[in-house]
Every structure is written in C-alpha cells, then in structure tokens.
Design a protein around this ligand. Structure first.
Ligand code: SF4
Length: 247
C-alpha cells in the first residue's frame, strides 16, 4: 500500500471543497499526494496551507536524507539566531500573516503590532526596507547581510522561539542547517551548511507567474493594509497545477 500524503486548504463548514490526486516525482521517487482545496475561483492565499505542507514535506525529506548520512539538523526550539535574518515572503503570505495577527486576542495583538512598528522603525533608519525594491543597489546577499547585522528580531520571535510555528512563512520552513548553531550568530557562505531541498515551494511561489515580487516579512502588515484586495479569478486546481509543475 502506497503512503499517501494528505494536505487540505479551505473550511469545510463554509466552502465547497474538491479533492484530487497528484503524483510528484522527487529524486526519481513517486510521492503520492491527495490535495483538498476550495472549488471554483479562489485566491492564491486560499491555497497557502497546501503550499506550506509541501514546503514542510521538502524540509522533512531533506532532514531524512541528512540523517541517512549520519548527520542531523542543528536547528532547535529556543535557537532563534536565524530569526534576525531578512525573511522574504510573497503577497499571499503577507495577507495570511496580517489575518493571523488580526485574529490574535488582546493584549497580544497590540504587542505584536507594536513589534512590527518597532522593527520597521529600526530597519527604516538604515534604508534597509527600501533597498529590497531597488535592485541594482547591491546584491540581495549584501542586503541580507546588512539586514542581519542590524540585529532586529522578527516580530513573531518570543523567548527565542517562533510564536507562530504552525503558520510560519515558507522561507522559515525551508531554512534548516547542519552546521554548528554557534555559526548562525555570525553567518557566512563558508560557515553555514544549509540543507539541500529537492524543491523550494517558497521560491516557486515568489517566482511564479501567479505572483510578482517579494517583500521582507516585517512589511507584511503595512502591505496588507494598503494593498488592493486579493484577486480571485482563477480555478484553484489551475493555480495549483501551475505551482506544482515548477517544482
Ligand atoms: S516567522 Fe517564526 S521562524 Fe520565521 S523568522 Fe519569524 S520567528 Fe523566526
């Protein structure tokens, strides 16, 4: 009997859902998926739980391959060293994070919103927020290093742990290292050994035709406040097919 990985998006109490089967071939091996999504025309954001599940799947497969070679992932709860890095997210992820914050009870919601405002203020003084929209003003790697040196915590970091772990962005799911945790405090291409994933759903979403551009996580709330409503003009299965075909 084949193992089937089931992933679902949508609310069965409020939406009509459809289920389809997909076979992904990863490293020459078939991976059987059963995907449940809202029927009809939907936004990319509505499919985010599926993409998050696929992102976690890639990370888990990479961890297992590493363990098969006698190594292990160094990342642990309570080590938030990488949570001061620039986290690139897509517009659907920004909207989802904004919805998540809006659904938080008080006083937590106000605290998290204040952390976003503080992070933007700290990063804005160095022009780091504007630089992501100005390609050519140094490389993305240089921007990432400058951002990290600013030492600004992710607004969701609490006691050096991710406070939204089940809902964390795709980039966070896919960032795993096998190098000593000590190196994460002063990362460089030489000292950090990142796990090699068979595919990066985060990049697929950022690069896909259904998406344009990226933004740092810290601008998620301001983006969602100012952006036009999400477009719902395509069938969910069509969006999903386009995304998965790029894995
Ligand atoms: S969302 Fe969570 S895992 Fe990602 S940078 Fe923020 S605290 Fe870290």
């Amino acid at each position: 009997m084949e193992d089937v990985i089931r992933l679902a998006a949508g609310d069965p109490e409020r939406e009509d859902l459809v289920t389809g089967k997909v076979v992904l071939v990863l490293s020459g091996e078939p991976v059987h998926l059963e995907l449940t999504i809202p029927s009809g025309q939907i936004s990319v954001q509505a499919l985010l739980p599926i993409v998050q599940g696929l992102s976690s799947l890639m990370a888990e497969r990479a961890s297992r391959r590493l363990e098969a070679h006698g190594k292990s992932v160094s990342c642990r709860a309570g080590c938030g060293a990488c949570c001061r890095q620039l986290v690139p997210i897509s517009a659907p992820e920004a909207r989802a994070l904004s919805d998540l914050v809006s659904a938080m009870p008080e006083p937590r919601q106000t605290q998290v919103r204040q952390r976003f405002a503080d992070a933007l203020a700290a990063l804005g003084t160095d022009g780091l927020i504007e630089r992501h929209t100005q390609p050519g003003d140094g490389s993305v790697t240089a921007l990432g290093m400058d951002y990290f040196r600013a030492g600004v915590d992710c607004p969701f970091l609490e006691d050096d742990a991710c406070s939204i772990h089940p809902d964390r962005p795709l980039s966070c799911r896919e960032y795993l290292v096998s190098s000593p945790p000590l190196h994460c405090a002063n990362p460089s291409c030489e000292s950090i050994e990142r796990l090699v994933l068979e595919s990066h759903p985060s990049l697929t979403l950022l690069n896909s035709e259904v998406m344009t551009g990226w933004m740092p996580l810290v601008v998620a709330l301001s983006f969602a406040e100012q952006a036009a409503p999400a477009v719902r003009d395509r069938d969910g299965s069509e969006i999903l097919r386009e995304l998965i075909s790029q894995f």
